[in-house]
Design a protein around this ligand. Structure first.
Ligand code: AMO
Length: 441
């Protein structure tokens, strides 16, 4: 007999079907036992008499007859709530050992370390798994939007001869006895592809040896990037806001049910995303809070939260664009504003109180790039392949990058980015918590 998926069983009343899945919940009423079985399509209630002893999370195969439930027994919370299956055969395909916690509750309610230490188990929980369905939709939305911009999707290396974003947050790799790095972002490679395709998009791993543990940083993350040639600063702002709006709108539409389950408030996606320079934003913040951050070179986390509140209240929008960060605070490839070179043609897109995207117009002049690389104390020899692109003709260009886990966390109002990563890495964890380091090592 062919396998029937749980949600297809609703059309098979009176028929005998074969289900395969995992035992989600067991309710033992003596002779009669109710089993909630989960498969890739959802949950289904099965019931039988004198069943063999089963344990939660065991993989099973069940044959049985689909029955309509009496109206007062209908469960409106699941797609198969109008039916149940009367079990005629139950085979245990793989028995699960005793679980370390109850997996049958609607909310797991575990502390983060336990949630991560038992990751392969907690990822099976329906509500946890849905986070990654939302993540998938964000990725689909991003791909759709960047294709509309005319981008070609490319796949770039994660081992690089040079560090991308500068700074010390870089993982060094022993590459056959030579020094190499894990990319801090796909930045250099996406730029190298502009002369080939003019417009590219990509999804890449990014590695950062983050020196601290925060709720919004991972050591390994997923970035969704675009890089566009023959554009000016306004074109870039338009393109990145378009991509941000479309990516979120797509996921909101596709995952309405999950967002409801996570009790996410309606998201305000205004076509006119408010745009402020860093200095303008800091003035607004001073007026609202009385605290002076106008000398700061970047937005503090509390500034990001407050300016998003302003955009929500005053501009009816959950996004806000901040431009013109100080040139010395941005990576070497960022174009200084010709009108005021202390500030750069750079931007961040904030969503629900946190930065989700960064980008900029790039320096596209070979000589300028060599100069700035040297000025930052780096060796142009380490950027030989990158610089080659500019030697042989590079148009005005720029781009941007979204952090996928951060986007997922914010969309679902999760309190920690680790919940939005299947297997999060930070300075204290690779799969499991790392043992404390001996200070003398
Ligand atoms: P940036 O460093 O701002 O820019 O990164 C882009 C976006 O990626 C996410 N992000 C992170 N997410 C989780 N953990 C981290 N440690 C982490 N670091 C960054 C954020 C951020 O907005 N090359 C430039 C982009 C460009 O100019 O095109 C870059 O990487 O959401």
């Amino acid at each position: 007999m062919l396998r029937t998926l749980a949600t297809d069983a609703v059309d098979k009343i009176g028929k005998t079907i074969k289900l395969q899945g995992f035992i989600e919940k067991i309710r033992d009423h003596g002779k009669i036992t109710f089993l909630d079985i989960r498969d890739m399509s959802g949950l289904i209630q099965c019931v039988g008499e004198n069943l063999p002893k089963v344990t939660p999370q065991s993989a099973v195969e069940v044959s049985g007859v689909v029955n309509k439930r009496p109206s007062k027994m209908v469960n409106k919370n699941i797609k198969t709530g109008t039916i149940e299956v009367w079990i005629t055969r139950l085979e245990i395909l793989s028995k699960a050992e005793e679980l370390p916690f109850d997996m049958g509750k609607d909310e797991l309610g575990l502390q983060l370390p336990t949630l991560l230490d038992f990751r392969t188990l907690t990822l099976r929980h329906t509500k946890v798994a849905k986070i990654f369905k939302v993540q998938e939709s964000l990725m689909e939305g991003f791909r759709k939007a960047s294709k509309e911009l005319g981008c070609t999707e490319i796949f770039t290396p994660t081992i690089s001869a040079s560090s991308t974003e500068g700074g010390s947050e870089v993982f060094k790799v022993d590459y056959y006895g030579h020094g190499a790095f894990l990319v801090q972002s796909p930045q250099l490679y996406k730029q190298m592809l502009v002369p080939t395709f003019e417009r590219v998009c990509l999804v890449s791993r990014a590695y950062r040896a983050e020196p601290s543990v925060t709720t919004r940083h991972l050591s390994e993350s997923i970035q969704m990037d675009c890089e566009l040639g023959f554009v000016d600063f306004t074109d870039l702002l338009d393109a990145m806001e378009f991509t941000g709006r479309e990516t979120i709108s797509y996921a909101v539409e596709k995952c309405k049910d999950v967002l409801n389950e996570y009790k996410v408030a309606e998201i305000k996606v205004n076509k006119n995303v408010p745009r402020l320079t860093l200095r303008e934003a800091q003035k607004i913040l001073m007026d609202r809070t009385g605290i002076d951050h106008t000398k700061e070179l970047d937005m503090m986390p509390e500034d990001e939260r407050e300016i998003c509140k302003w955009a929500h209240e005053e501009k009816n929008c959950d996004f806000v664009t901040i431009t013109h960060f100080p040139t010395r605070k941005r990576s070497f490839y960022t174009m200084p504003d010709p009108k005021d070179p202390e500030y750069s043609l750079s931007y961040d897109l904030l969503f629900k109180g946190v930065e989700i995207l960064s980008g900029s117009q790039r320096i596209n002049d070979y000589g300028e790039l060599v100069k700035i690389i040297k000025a930052k104390g780096m060796n142009p020899e380490n950027f030989k392949m990158y610089l080659q692109t500019f030697k042989y003709g590079m148009p005005p260009e720029g781009g941007f990058s979204f952090g996928l886990e951060r986007l997922t966390m914010l969309l679902l109002d999760l309190s920690n980015i680790r919940e939005a990563s299947l297997f999060p890495r930070d300075m204290e964890r690779v799969d499991f918590r790392l043992p404390p380091k001996n200070k003398e090592e």
